[in-house]
Design a protein around this ligand. Structure first.
Ligand code: SAH
Length: 346
């Protein structure tokens, strides 16, 4: 076990069976060893800095029907909203004053935001805040669309692959969606020049250790700049309402592995991790994560962007979130920095 972690730390590569063994047989002691190694690598590349991204959830309309997601098309209980360009720019204004230098525009796949509309929003943000990075997280779009948004100034794109196993993918998504297309989107984004993030939910229904090993192998192959992982958490109005949440323990273990596999990667301690455990994000940072993504969405829409139940911070003002996170991060000896927080050493 320890030798597998050492191998991962030095060569950053494990064979399929080795990775399977490491995950399957993990225990408290190996986890602590893994986290120590992951922290060493993280400190080597990023010191004790934690980058922050201001998340702007600008629409919860979605044409997709992913079985796990609270804003899926078939959820008629979801109260739908869209933010205007002015509202989005206002979020950026609030965020900039609080020290955010990356804005993440995330939403469902909403046809209302055609390429021209989004390109205009992106270029307006970049014009107003030239020292900031814009990250998009809008799901699957055409090559031309991604290209147009990149040319409008978008720097990064987050598109979790969700699972790298075909069969598992088909258990989480309706037949019109495919892993092949999802992966193709990621390769397109990379080719266009975006800093790209993939990722998956930990403990999603029907996930096996084999699925996780395939996820890690895919991440290794794609070599993304960012990897977003967080526990699956059920939403009451989805077909998976009664499926159990992913665990803190496995999520932390995987964060540690990913840090060692891709030493310079940007790795968020996600809101979902903070939702399943009161100290989830702090523990995520201590396992190798180096990014947090607090919410900048206007307070009145936050309770409507619910991908899962019991999401934290839906009642707080952006400034409160910022202060609260700063306290949390300082309490474990790290610091929130005012920086675009680009990926180093890829
Ligand atoms: N429409 C965009 C943004 C999706 S929301 C896209 O397709 O990329 C961002 C991420 O939230 C998803 O990629 C998914 O991994 C995660 N998510 C969705 N439902 C969730 C749930 N019930 N529990 C935990 N994470 C969830």
């Amino acid at each position: 076990m320890i030798n597998l972690i050492d191998k991962l730390a030095t060569e950053q590569c494990l064979l399929y069976d080795e990775m399977h063994y490491l995950i399957e047989n993990r225990n408290e002691e190996t986890a602590q060893y893994l986290f120590e190694k992951a922290r060493q690598v993280r400190i080597l590349h990023y010191g004790h800095d934690v980058y922050m991204r201001g998340l702007i959830e600008f629409t919860n309309y979605c044409r997709n029907d992913c079985y796990y997601c609270g804003i899926r098309k078939s959820n008629c209980n979801a109260e739908r909203y869209r933010l205007t360009k002015d509202q989005i720019l206002h979020c950026c204004d609030v965020g900039y004053k609080l020290g955010f230098r990356t804005f993440v525009l995330q939403g469902g796949e909403d046809g209302h935001y055609r390429d021209e509309v989004l390109a205009d929003i992106v270029s307006s943000i970049k014009e107003e805040y030239p020292d900031c990075a814009v990250t998009l997280s809008l799901g699957e779009r055409s090559y031309e669309s991604y290209k147009m948004l990149f040319e409008a100034g978008a720097d990064r794109y987050l598109l979790r692959h969700e699972t790298a196993n075909e069969e598992h993918y088909s258990k989480l998504h309706p037949p019109v969606m495919s892993l092949k297309n999802r992966k193709q989107c990621l390769y397109n984004l990379k080719e266009i020049g975006y800093q790209v993030g993939c990722g998956f939910m930990v403990g999603s229904p029907f996930q096996t250790v084999d699925c996780l090993v395939e996820d890690l192998m895919f991440i290794k192959e794609l070599r993304p700049h960012m990897v977003g992982i967080g526990p699956y958490i059920p939403h009451k109005d989805t077909p998976f309402a009664d499926k159990p949440s992913g665990t803190l323990e496995l999520t932390l273990f995987l964060l540690g592995i990913i840090r060692l596999m891709l030493p310079g990667v940007l790795l968020p301690a996600t809101t979902a991790l903070g939702t399943i455990h009161p100290k989830g994000r702090e523990l995520g940072i201590l396992a190798g994560a180096n990014v947090v993504m607090p919410n900048l969405s206007p307070t009145d829409v936050r309770k409507k962007y619910l991908l899962y139940d019991n999401k934290i911070c839906t009642g707080d003002e952006a400034a409160e979130c910022r202060k609260c996170l700063e306290r949390r991060i300082e309490s474990i000896g790290y610091k929130l920095v005012v920086s675009r927080g680009d990926c180093k050493y890829m």
